[in-house]
Design a protein around this ligand. Sequence first.
Ligand code: BDP
Length: 322
Amino acid sequence: MKFTKILAATAVAIALPVAATAQDWRAWNIHPEGYPNSVALDQFAADVAETTDVSIQVFHGGVLGSQPDAIEQVRNAALEVGNFNLGPMGPIIPMTNVVSLPFIFSNVDHMHAAMDGEVGKTFEEAMTAEGIVPLAWYDSGSRSFYNSKRPIMSPADVEGLKVRVMNNDIFVDMIAQLGGNATPMAFGEVYQSLQTGVIDGAENNYPSYESTGHYEVAGFYSITEHLIIPECLCVATAAWEQLDAETQEAVRTAARASAETQRQFWAEREQESRAAVEAAGATVNEVENKVAFQERMAPVYEGFVAANPDLAPVIEAIQALN
Ligand code: BDP
């Protein structure tokens, strides 16, 4: 309950200390209004306003800047809240790279089992220590390739393609192993780069392929499902530590409820988005032999484990859940 409301209700006349938890927070979001993540963030802000003295203003559509910058800002508490994909978090918090390994999860249920269990807790500790507290895990489906040139059926079809990836060397390596050329680029720049031919393609889930309009300029979507990357609803550790235990509990409860909402809307939106892009003329193709793509990723894993031997047990823990 809001401290100010209690004061008003009981009409206490004497000067009481201001609630230590009164805060004004800003939330970063890359997606437009109405997107499942945006709906969930709006719900989160409303619930938090209802139950605590924290007020959160959500900024949709990436108006507060690119995702790599926003992650840094939350880490430095220049921003308080963000819905982040763990892909671009890897360069900042190495453990999170594990979920950016291609085909690490065999499906979305596998990802949920990991993030909602012990693996998620391990991530939570590592991230909190680095300045970012994940309050809940959002869904991001699986990412597949799309491009303006041709349907991708086998790794050979990726050869020579210029493909935009999120900011993380693992994705650059992933494309290189398929014979393509990767360009890390901010999400907001992809449409124009596709349109002008600076890049031939990119990779994402159906809802982002649709919401960005990328299907208009890169009409071949090929279901490789090479990445299944969780997203977090995150708060700056420094801001989090300003809250008393009761407020933290209320904020966490709101975050969990928002994740439930997000996952529900996500499941619906995936179907709607696929139908929408196909109705608009995009060509979606199944990829029969995904193993051919998976096998090409062996050097990505070898290089990663060689550079991060301490993370091998996390990879094994995830694989054991499959
Ligand atoms: C979307 C993620 C978003 C990323 C974007 C991207 O939800 O966080 O910024 O992909 O490709 O699916 O950059």
